[in-house]
Ligand binder design. Structure first.
Ligand SMILES: *[C@@H]1O[C@H](CO)[C@@H](O)[C@H](O)[C@H]1NC(C)=O
Ligand SMILES: *[C@@H]1O[C@H](CO)[C@@H](O)[C@H](O)[C@H]1NC(C)=O
Ligand SMILES: *[C@@H]1O[C@H](CO)[C@@H](O)[C@H](O)[C@H]1NC(C)=O
Ligand SMILES: *[C@@H]1O[C@H](CO)[C@@H](O)[C@H](O)[C@H]1NC(C)=O
Length: 324
């Protein structure tokens, strides 16, 4: 991150160059802001680049309240959607603080997604800090298997694709830049359920992490490529949790070319120059009120309670290929 803080006029590129100019900070105040920012960045949000970006978007993006411009119509952020976590260093450890904040952001993000992206009427009305409430994307069913066909559980044309097409850094993402410096970003993700029967081994008479492994709670080893940095030959090792009350458990591995290389996919799952993610979902003893026929969450197994249905699978693996 640059240490430079710009002073003087700042131009909102959505507006006329003259009308869009906004006085930012005086030099004195800029120094104050710089020390404040470095305090915030190094103490609170140091472990997440994303948070820093969001922080800057919140903090710096102007929001117009009316079409008729006057100096009071440009605010640096809407009230109620920006601010800092109150920190009492004598009480809060940084770890508990950041996990609390992460939990809060997860809940908030999920609520935002439900509200702005689902087709059901919203139960809440969160004010959106973004230039568009929801980013456009298209869902395409029955797309072709992005891997070797033998890997796709539901057949050669059963994958699902999510495509944002081209998003504009200015009008969609709100990154204020002159036209020649804007970029377009496209995220296209194709996902499918994998057939891992030939690549999963079930162990039911051993121990794992100090816990006894029995046929009721077996250990599953899935081999879809090793993890060389961790000196592992398998992709997932998971103890099914069936006796204690327990919910879903999710594990994942990814390969992102030139960035993240912890997983070395087997040949049938290798897609050159694309990011690939595997997600293992174990339902454990989640019960459903009705039968479920989804390929991942399928639950048609009767329990002792006539109104509870249990998962037919100990786990399923989803794979997604992202092209950006
Ligand atoms: C996908 O293909 C299946 C079988 O060919 C068909 O039943 C289903 O309607 C298709 N779904 C969509 C959304 O086109
Ligand atoms: C999954 O793969 C195995 C062989 O690896 C094959 O015998 C089985 O029929 C496949 N399952 C489905 C549902 O295609
Ligand atoms: C991985 O597999 C190789 C060859 O099959 C074997 O020599 C090695 O010991 C295995 N490593 C682990 C950690 O299991
Ligand atoms: C992958 O990317 C490299 C460099 O960007 C390129 O030279 C190569 O042709 C690409 N391979 C495929 C299969 O697209």
């Amino acid at each position: 991150m640059s240490n430079q803080i710009y002073t003087g006029f700042w131009v909102d590129r959505s507006r006329h160059p003259v009308l869009g100019a906004t006085w930012t900070l005086s030099v004195d105040r800029a120094t104050l802001l710089a020390s404040f920012l470095s305090f915030i960045v190094t103490t609170i949000i140091v472990n997440s680049l994303f948070n820093i970006v969001v922080f800057f978007l919140y903090f710096v993006r102007p929001i117009r309240k009316t079409e008729n411009y006057s100096s009071e119509d440009v605010a640096l952020a809407k009230p109620g959607i920006c601010g800092f976590l109150p920190v009492d260093p004598t009480v809060d450890s940084l770890n508990s603080l950041s996990s609390r904040q992460e939990l809060y952001e997860t809940i908030d993000a999920r609520r935002y997604a439900t509200e702005k992206y689902s087709k059901e009427p919203a139960r809440f009305t969160t004010s959106s800090p973004f230039p568009v409430d929801a980013l456009p994307f298209e869902i395409i069913h029955n797309t072709s298997c992005p891997f070797d066909e033998s890997m796709c559980l539901l057949g050669a044309n059963s994958a699902i694709t999510f495509d944002t097409w081209f998003l504009d850094s200015h009008s969609h993402l709100g990154i204020n830049a002159p036209p020649e410096a804007r970029v377009e970003y496209r995220w296209c993700s194709t996902c499918t359920v994998l057939n891992v029967t030939a690549r999963a081994q079930v162990f039911d008479d051993t121990t794992y992490e100090g816990k006894p492994i029995s046929s009721k709670e077996p250990l599953v080893e899935v081999d879809l490529g090793g993890q060389p940095p961790f000196n592992k030959n398998h992709t997932f090792l998971y103890r099914i949790n069936a006796l204690d009350p327990s919910g879903y458990e999710v594990k994942y591995v990814s390969i992102v070319p030139r960035l993240l290389n912890v997983w070395d996919p087997i040949q049938p799952l290798y897609v050159p120059n694309a990011s690939t993610t595997l997600v293992l979902i174990a339902p454990n003893n989640v019960a459903y009120e009705q039968k479920v026929f989804d390929p991942v969450f399928q639950a048609t197994t009767a329990g002792s309670d006539p109104e509870a249905w249990f998962s037919d699978y100990r786990f399923q693996v989803i794979a997604c290929v992202d092209r950006r």
